[in-house]
Design a protein around this ligand. Structure first.
Ligand code: GLP
Length: 635
């Protein structure tokens, strides 16, 4: 078990390095791997690496490829063992981990193919046990793994060791958890195409590696990372078992670290500098912790809960309470675009110009209404000129069944007017044939993607109609990185940035709403956010930019916490129902979205619950009691 290295890390049972970005973490690990490879090469030995799949390690592989090409790092003396493989897939299946590794790493470096080991996915059931034993024997034959790279699934799994795996489990055939299969649904273009079983190294196999580095990026992993690092060792969270390893380190980015005690509750782990943000964060926590509204907190509450330094430095409690109560009070506004002619000293948005040009950027259709459906309606009602731009079509998230239904409708409509039906029915027939030919292959032809994109666009129009937004205020950007790419393999380029620059220049907004800042860097919201950020940075001299405020809305999986909010827009019961109606228009998405752990709700229910929960939080702090609240951070 590790020695705590600093006071701040006293709750952490696994050494954890927090990096500014996923790329910085990947570079550091790539250097460590290169060091091992060179050291072994110097002794004429082989370096044995345990490798992982998923989006997380892709950046690491990119760094290794770069080091091979630019720094002459050779992999001739490297032997690799991958953690796992889907059972039932051939090696050349687009989603097999074997193929993934070839595409992401092996085909770009000089590793001898015979040194590459990935568990066999395409064997008969009766042969599985023997094949697993052979895999274990091969690892032993090469002297065990020098360094094992791991990602982490949302169930806390490592490899495919789902909850319930024991610490001494070995390489074996396992059944995949339903949340894991949902998370993989997008890769396979539908949950029904995701294999039910996999072959994975066991926790025991992993624990025998001499050194282990687990990587995690994005706010979506923050909860599971906190539990793995600070919680008890439990089989229901396999990654927690890594606490028992002497050579384990977690390399995580800022967003994935956000739930660790040293960041979430720093005043509980040692002396802190009381910044305005931290004061708000701690007092909101204290009020929740002692179950009192802010204005009823007294010095003793502060003193008994590790916050006496705050009272000593900036107290008494009475003053602190009023200050934070007012601050939070001032985040509430029914005028998300600012209230014209009003005193805006304590309002989140400027009063003028009274009629603003507002641009809402939505990574895929539905992200907009999930995050800010009620605010969108308000902005329109209050006379602002609102444009919603869908950065991608979201076509990859439409099931084949939906697409097939749509072809039938087109063919049906064509038969009503045979004289003019030629083109549309030819298109529909082609898509129908391609869908039939595709089977469970997780790749769609151009026409299938076009049709699926049309489905989502139509849903988006219907959804925005509910919010009062006219068709001519909607932009479908169809950014090329998405239209030409596939999940986990998107490669944003300058054309994506250029299209975004053009949109910004055409609208010259006073207000922009964006999302994706804290998302997993390989996800669509994170990519579109980065594309926006680059476009924004490139517009240094634009005059309109000086007068433009950017607001961040959060995704359903990672809602804002009270202390993070700069603008809270309350919704009446009617506004909340209307928002749900707007979300509901995205029919093709029902049951398509991965939900929170242990949660069987649909995504619109989760959005509703988030907004209601936020209203409860405000109420519990002693502020007004609303039905629901949508929340925003100012960037
Ligand atoms: C799969 C893999 C794991 C991986 C996990 C997380 O379940 N078998 O090895 O850690 O996905 O994937 P991602 O990195 O895409 O978040």
């Amino acid at each position: 078990m590790k020695q705590t290295s600093t006071e701040a890390e006293q709750f952490e049972k696994i050494p954890t390095r927090i990096f500014d970005s996923a790329d910085a973490a990947a570079r550091t690990l790539a250097n460590r791997i290169a060091e091992i490879i060179r050291e072994k090469a110097g002794k004429g030995e082989q370096a044995v690496l345990g490798l992982a799949t998923g989006s997380t390690p892709v950046r690491l592989y990119q760094q290794l490829i770069r080091m091979h090409k630019e720094d002459g790092l050779s992999f001739k003396n490297v032997v690799t063992f991958n953690l796992d493989e889907y059972y039932g897939l051939n090696r050349d299946h687009p989603e097999s981990y074997y193929r993934f590794m070839q595409e992401q790493l092996f085909s770009h470096i000089d590793i001898p193919q015979e040194n590459v080991h990935v568990p066999p996915g395409n064997i008969e059931r009766k042969d599985a046990f023997g094949a697993c034993q052979e895999y274990e024997a091969a690892i032993k034959k090469f002297g065990g793994i020098d360094l094992q790279v791991l990602g982490i699934g949302r169930t806390g799994h490592i490899g495919f060791n789902e909850p319930g795996s024991t610490v001494d489990s070995r390489t074996r055939l396992v059944t995949l958890d339903s949340l894991t299969r949902r998370d993989a649904a997008r890769d396979f273009l539908g949950e029904e195409n995701v294999p039910r079983y996999a072959i994975t190294m066991g926790v025991g196999t992993i624990m025998e590696a001499r050194e282990i580095v687990l990587l995690a990026w994005g706010a979506g992993k923050a909860g599971v990372i906190q539990r793995a690092i600070e919680g008890p060792v439990i089989e229901s969270l396999p990654a927690s078992m890594l606490q028992g390893h002497a050579g384990i380190t977690f390399y995580i980015d800022q967003a994935a670290s956000s739930q660790l005690t040293r960041l979430r509750y720093p005043w509980l782990v040692g002396p802190v500098e009381w910044t305005p943000r931290l004061i708000r964060q701690s007092i909101v926590w204290l009020a929740n912790h002692v179950n009192k509204p802010i204005l009823k907190l007294v010095d003793a509450h502060y003193g008994e809960n590790g916050m006496s330094s705050l009272v000593t430095e900036l107290g008494p409690a009475y003053n602190l309470n009023i200050r934070i109560f007012n601050e939070i009070q001032h985040t509430i506004t029914g005028w998300p675009g600012g209230k014209s002619n009003a005193d805006d000293t304590y309002r989140p948005e400027r009063a003028e110009p009274g009629k603003k040009r507002v641009l809402v950027l939505s990574p895929e259709p539905q992200d907009d209404v999930l995050g800010m459906g009620a605010t969108l309606s308000r902005l329109v009602q209050q006379g602002h000129e609102v444009t919603v731009a869908y950065q991608t079509s979201g076509s990859l998230a439409v099931s084949d069944e939906e697409a097939s239904n749509a072809t039938n409708i087109i063919l049906g409509a064509a038969s009503l007017d045979p004289a003019n039906a030629h083109t549309s029915s030819a298109f529909a027939s082609q898509v129908k044939q391609e869908l039939a030919a595709k089977g469970t292959e997780p790749s769609d032809s151009k026409s299938i993607r076009q049709l699926k994109g049309l489905i989502r666009k139509e849903e988006a129009r219907a959804s925005l109609k509910v919010c009062g937004i006219a068709e001519d205020q909607i932009r479908f950007m169809d950014l090329p990185f998405y239209e030409n790419g596939r999940y986990r393999q998107f490669k944003p380029q300058s054309v994506d940035v250029q299209a975004t620059v053009e949109l910004l220049e055409a609208i010259k907004p006073h207000q922009i709403f964006v999302t994706g800042k804290l998302a997993d860097p390989s996800s669509v919201p994170a990519i579109t956010y980065n594309v926006f950020q680059q476009a924004w940075d490139s517009l240094q001299n634009a005059a309109w930019k000086q007068d433009c405020w950017v607001w961040l809305y959060r995704d359903v999986e990672n809602p804002c916490e009270v202390h993070e909010i700069d603008m809270a827009v309350p919704c009446s019961p009617e506004e909340l129902s209307k928002k749900i109606e707007a979300i509901y228009q995205h029919r093709s998405q029902h049951n398509q979205n991965p939900l929170s752990e242990g949660d069987v709700r649909e995504i619109w229910q989760q959005a509703e619950r988030n907004n209601r929960t936020m209203a409860h939080h405000y109420d519990a702090l002693g502020l007004a009691e609303y039905e629901a609240i949508e929340s925003f951070q100012k960037l």
